[in-house]
Design a protein around this ligand. Sequence first.
Ligand SMILES: C[S@@+](CC[C@H](N)C(=O)[O-])C[C@H]1O[C@@H](n2cnc3c(N)ncnc32)[C@H](O)[C@@H]1O
Length: 318
Amino acid sequence: MASATSAASATSTTSASASLAPSSESLAPASSKKGKYSGRGARDRYREDLVNRVEAKLPQKRFFRQRAHANPFSDHQLDYPVSPDQMDWSPYYPAYFARTRGLPEPIDITTDPNEDMGAEAVALKKTGIVDIVDIGCGFGGLLVELGPKFSNSVILGMEIRTSVTNYVTERIHALRIQHKGQGLYQNISVIRANAMKFLPNFFQKGQLAKMFFCFPDPHFKARKHKARIISSTLASEYAYVLKPGGIVYTITDVEDLHMWMAEHFNGHELFERLTPEELAEDECVAIMATATEEGKKVERNKGEKFTACFRRLPDPEW
Ligand SMILES: C[S@@+](CC[C@H](N)C(=O)[O-])C[C@H]1O[C@@H](n2cnc3c(N)ncnc32)[C@H](O)[C@@H]1O
């Protein structure tokens, strides 16, 4: 990793390493506003207990709230590998990747099972690489929905906000415990990252099959447009990490942002827009409209949703 803190430790109060071993303490009920989890330091106490829990309780969002926008241009002290082959995915997907840093190739668990996961790991099918990414995954609704449906894929959420990343880490951790022995949710994880930076440090050229941009921050004002997660430069970067035939999925409730995203992908020589017929056939289109927390909010408020998807074209001949 190229910065001071390690990727796994970036989620400091949590453990991305899916430490499934139960400890002696359990998480006391936190439903009451009074008691242990109220008043000063409640958030820290709650999170500390969560790390040490035995029970597979899902985390409570109220202890992980953070201001809505993180500035993608500020220095977030983020970690990133110097190149994709230096990325150690094992703390994120212990059932899929051997626990050794800097392996050139992940070990195939179907022939060389990860000891600690035993039969559970062997039962999993895998691609051996992260191949689906949810950019700005927020509270992780899409990851949780896609995980069991795409059990042959390894799915990663990239989220810039620390607290929100911690929430998703805990959510996945709890789901893995709840479904222990079934291998479910082993193929989803989250990393704190600024997706506008260093994407090629995480992924090889042509590694990804799908990239999701669900309800990205709209950055309404013209002077803030540069903070939008889609731009011509970034579209080139997304084309680099996507394989030919790979799909970019976008959805938003802000029409102006929808037009902006469509304009930037349509205008890029390595992307073509999917037809309405193709959208209707792709189950991910329907999933992303309803699975994410923002999508649910738009639904509750009876807002409109705008979808556009783009196929990564083959590289032109030189
Ligand atoms: C409006 S929320 C949508 C969250 C989620 N996709 C959903 O639909 O519920 C946008 C999310 O993108 C994250 N985000 C914004 N810029 C980002 C960046 N450069 N890299 C990673 N995440 C980012 C924000 O922190 C926020 O959680």
